[in-house]
Design a protein around this ligand. Structure first.
Ligand code: IVH
Length: 703
C-alpha cells in the first residue's frame, strides 16, 4: 500500500509538524499524513509515530478544520471503526460514543469550565466527578436479558458492532447470569474494556515462544484479537478479563428507562460490582472538585507502571446522571466526560550516530544519539545500547527510525528499528576494535568468555582512570560529600588526579585559585575528604573498582581481615571459602592484590591517612542464639514512620533476621509501612507471610 520512501516522507513530515504546526496551506498533506498513520496503526500494525504524537497532529487537523471545510475522507470525519466485515454485525441498543482528550491539568480545568457552561450553572460548586482508569484494551458491549447474558459485541463503528457472544461467555470475569431483576432491571446493556493483565500477557507470550508461535506485540493487540477470534477457546486461553465501566441502557419489563433512578455513575459502578462484575473498584474515586480529580489522575500517572494492567490514561466523568443529560453530547463524544491521556511512554526517533563510553573497569558501552524526542514528559536524545549483542540482535543501523520507550523509572531503551522505513541509506554500526579513549595507542579491545562487554585491557587508559575516580568519590563508594563528577573532571584536567591516591593529596591552595572555588568551598571539600579517610574498610574495598566486587562483596571481605593488606597473602581458595563468593571474584581479588601498582597505591593512601584497618562497622553483626528473629527472612515495604529503611534493616539483622528483596515463598515476615503497594498485595495473596505493622515490628525486636 505504501512504499518505504512514502513511509519515510510521511514520518519526516509528521515530525516537522510536531515542531512547527501545520498551517492551512498544509491541510491536504496533513489529511494524507494522518490517513497514512491510521493505516499504519490499524492495518499495517506498525505505527511509525507515538500515540501522543498522533493525537497532537489530530489536534492540528481539527484546528485547521475549524477554518476550512473538512475533506470527506479526513480522519476527523469518522468515528473509529473496528469492523472488518467478516462476522455478523449487531446494532447497539444505545450508540457507543468515543471520548474527547485532555493532556494536562489545564485541559481538565477547561473541561470543567465547559461542564459549568453546558450545565447552565453559575459556578462549579457541587459538581462531583468520578475519575477512573482508562483501560487500554478492546471495547465491548454486553446485553443481559432476564438476568442472562444474551449478547456480546465489539464496539464496531459505535452504532453497530461485531457479534461475539461465545467469546464473551468464554471470559471468566463476565458473569453468565447476574441478578439485575433484584433491582427491577429486565434488560441492560453494559460497556466495558476487555484487557489482558501484564502478568498473563507474559505467560501467554512465553507459551507462544515455546510453541514457535509469533509473539503478540502488546497486551492490547492480544486482547482485541482474542475478542474477534472465531474460536472461543482461544479467547479463554488468552485469559481476557473485562472491566465494566458503564451501564448504557437499563429498562424494566414495561420498557421504562431505569437509568435516572440510579442517580449517579459512582452508584452504578457499586451496583455493578455487587452484581458480580469486574469494575474499576478501588481504582475509581468520587471527587468533590475538579482539583481532586486532577490530583487523582496525577496519582495514577505516577503509579501506572506498577499496576497490573495497561492503562493509557484516566476518564473523568460528571457523576450525576441528571447533570449528564443536561450537559449532553456531540456526534463523537459525551460532553460530560473526558479522557486524560498519560504522557506517552513510546515514540519514534532517528538514530543519528553511536558514541562509545568507557566505564571504570574499561567496559565499552555504545550509546545511541537520537533526534531529541519527548517521552513521558522528558526529552531523550541519547540511549544506551548496552553492548555489541544488543545492536546485532536488533540489527540497528545508523539512519534507522527506531521505537524508543521510557516506562516509569526505567531508563529509556530502544525497542526496535522500523525496517519498513529503511531506504537503503542506513549504515551498519561497526563496533570499535581499539580503545576509543586513546586511538593513537591502538589498544585492542578484549571480550572475555561469558561476558557481553568488550573491555579495554589497559587499566591506565585515561578515560578509565577518570571513571574510576568518579566512582570512588560517589555516594555508593567513599561518599565524599560535594565531590561530584564535575570536580573530578576539573581536577583531572588540571593534572592533579593521576590515580585514586591523588584524591587524598589535592593541592587545596591551588584549587582555591580556580574560578568558582572560594575559601569556604575548599574548606568544605577538605573536611569531606578528611571524613572519608576514616571510612570503614568495606567502603574502601568497594571503591577500589575491582571487577565484580560490589557493595556486598566489600562487606563480606571487610569482615574477614584486620587490615586490607592482609589480603596479599590470600589464595583463591581462601577467598572462595567465604560464603557467597564465587571463583571469578576470588580470582580478580588475587590478581588485584598481586599487582605491585595496586599495593603501591594502597600504601600511598595509607600514608595520606586513609584508613585500612578493620573498624567496628566492618565487623559482623553478633546475633545471640535466642534473638527474636533468628532464622527468619524479612522484607520492608512502604514508608516507615519512626525510622529509615536502612535502620530498620539493621535492627532486623541484629535480631537475627535475613533481609531479602523480593516477595516469594521464602519470605517469612513483611513489615508494611504507609502506602505499601504491590508487595503487600503479593504477600497477602501468598497467604504464608506474616504481615507486621511498623509498631509490631519494633515491639518484637526491641526488648
Ligand atoms: S467511558 C460515553 N470509561 O476508551 C463514554 N471508556 O476513547 C464512553 N475506555 O471506547 C467511554 N476505559 O473503550 C470509559 N473507564 C473507562 C474506560 C473507557 C477504557 C475506552 C472505551 C472507549 C474509549 C474512548
Amino acid at each position: 500500500m505504501y512504499t518505504p520512501q512514502q513511509k519515510k516522507q510521511f514520518y519526516n513530515q509528521s515530525k516537522q509538524w510536531l515542531n512547527t504546526s501545520a498551517t492551512e496551506a498544509d491541510y491536504d498533506a496533513l489529511v494524507d499524513n494522518l490517513k497514512f498513520h491510521e493505516w499504519a496503526y490499524y492495518v499495517g500494525n506498525a505505527s511509525v509515530i507515538g500515540d501522543e504524537e498522533y493525537d497532537l497532529l489530530f489536534k492540528q487537523l481539527e484546528q485547521i478544520e475549524s477554518i476550512v471545510v473538512p475533506r470527506h475522507d479526513s480522519p476527523s470525519q469518522r468515528v473509529s471503526n473496528d469492523l472488518k466485515g467478516d462476522s455478523q454485525t449487531v446494532e447497539h441498543l444505545v450508540p457507543m460514543l468515543s471520548l474527547g482528550n485532555s493532556y494536562n491539568a489545564e485541559d481538565l480545568q477547561d473541561f470543567h469550565k465547559q461542564v459549568i457552561k453546558n450545565a447552565f450553572l453559575e459556578d462549579g460548586v457541587g459538581i462531583e466527578y468520578t475519575a477512573e482508569p482508562k483501560y487500554d484494551g478492546g471495547s465491548v458491549a454486553l446485553v443481559y436479558e432476564n438476568d442472562l447474558l444474551v449478547r456480546g459485541a465489539t464496539r464496531g463503528n459505535g452504532s453497530k458492532g461485531e457479534e461475539m457472544t461465545a467469546n464473551a461467555k468464554a471470559m471468566s470475569s463476565v458473569p453468565l447470569k447476574a441478578m439485575f431483576s433484584e433491582y427491577g432491571i429486565y434488560k441492560a446493556e453494559l460497556r466495558g474494556e476487555s484487557i489482558i493483565s501484564k502478568a498473563d500477557f507474559d505467560v501467554i507470550n512465553a507459551d507462544r515462544l515455546a510453541n514457535d508461535e509469533v509473539l503478540f506485540a502488546n497486551p492490547r493487540n492480544a486482547a482485541t484479537g482474542g475478542l474477534r477470534t472465531k474460536d472461543a477457546n482461544e479467547t479463554k486461553k488468552r485469559r481476557i478479563q473485562t472491566f465494566i465501566f458503564q451501564l448504557g441502557y437499563a429498562i424494566d419489563k414495561n420498557g421504562n428507562d431505569l437509568l435516572p433512578s440510579l442517580k449517579t455513575h459512582y452508584n452504578t459502578l457499586e451496583l455493578l460490582a455487587k452484581l458480580g462484575f469486574k469494575t474499576p473498584g478501588e481504582g475509581a474515586r468520587l471527587c468533590n472538585t475538579i482539583e481532586e480529580a486532577i490530583e487523582f489522575c496525577a496519582e495514577w500517572e505516577a503509579k501506572r507502571d506498577t499496576y497490573g494492567y495497561e492503562i493509557d490514561g484516566m476518564v473523568v466523568k460528571v457523576n450525576s446522571f441528571d447533570l449528564q443529560e443536561t450537559i449532553g453530547y456531540t456526534q463523537h463524544h459525551p460532553k460530560w466526560a473526558i479522557a486524560y491521556k498519560f504522557k506517552a511512554k513510546q515514540s519514534t526517533s532517528k538514530l543519528i550516530g553511536v558514541e562509545y563510553q568507557i566505564g571504570k573497569i574499561g567496559s565499552v558501552t555504545p550509546v545511541a544519539k537520537l533526534d531529541p524526542v519527548q517521552l513521558a514528559g522528558v526529552t531523550v536524545s541519547s540511549v544506551s545500547l548496552h553492548n555489541e549483542d544488543f545492536i546485532t540482535s536488533r540489527d540497528l543501523r545508523i539512519g534507522d527510525t527506531v521505537v524508543v520507550e521510557r516506562a516509569g523509572d526505567v531508563i529509556p531503551y530502544i525497542v526496535k528499528a522500523l525496517e519498513d522505513l529503511r531506504d537503503g541509506s542506513e549504515q551498519p554500526i561497526t563496533f570499535p576494535q581499539y580503545c576509543p579513549s586513546n586511538i593513537e595507542d591502538n589498544i585492542g579491545l578484549v571480550r572475555l568468555e561469558g561476558e557481553s562487554a568488550w573491555r579495554c585491557p589497559d587499566c591506565s587508559c585515561g578515560e578509565q582512570i577518570l571513571q574510576r575516580m568518579i566512582f570512588h568519590v560517589s555516594k555508593d563508594a567513599m561518599d565524599i560529600d560535594g565531590f561530584g563528577k564535575s570536580y573530578v573532571e576539573k581536577f583531572y584536567e588540571m593534572g592533579w588526579l593521576r590515580d585514586l591516591a591523588d584524591i587524598y593529596d589535592l593541592p587545596y591552595d591551588q584549587i582555591q585559585e580556580l574560578e568558582g572555588f572560594g575559601e569556604r568551598s575548599v574548606m568544605k571539600l577538605k573536611k569531606a575528604i578528611e571524613k572519608a579517610k576514616q571510612n570503614p574498610i568495606h567502603r574502601l574495598l568497594h571503591s577500589l573498582t575491582i571487577h565484580h566486587l560490589g557493595k556486598k562483596g566489600g562487606k563480606l571481605f571487610a569482615e574477614e581481615v584486620g587490615h586490607v593488606m592482609d589480603f596479599r597473602t590470600w589464595t583463591i581458595e581462601d577467598f572462595e571459602g567465604i560464603k557467597d563468593i564465587g571463583p571469578v571474584l576470588a580470582r580478580n581479588m588475587v590478581d588485584w592484590f598481586a599487582d605491585e601498582r595496586n599495593i603501591a597505591l594502597l600504601e600511598r593512601m595509607e600514608d595520606l591517612g586513609v584508613n585500612l584497618t578493620q573498624l567496628e562497622a566492618d565487623k559482623p553483626i553478633q546475633v545471640s542464639a535466642d534473638a527474636p528473629l533468628v532464622g527468619k527472612t524479612i522484607l520492608f515495604t512502604g514508608t516507615l514512620q519512626t525510622m529509615g529503611r536502612k535502620e530498620a534493616q539493621q535492627l532486623a539483622a541484629k535480631a537475627g533476621a535475613k533481609n531479602i528483596s523480593a516477595i516469594s515463598s521464602k519470605l517469612d515476615i513483611l513489615v508494611a509501612g504507609e502506602k505499601a503497594g504491590s508487595k503487600l498485595k503479593k504477600a497477602e495473596a501468598l497467604g504464608t507471610v506474616q504481615i507486621l505493622t511498623e509498631e509490631a515490628f519494633v515491639a518484637l525486636v526491641k526488648p
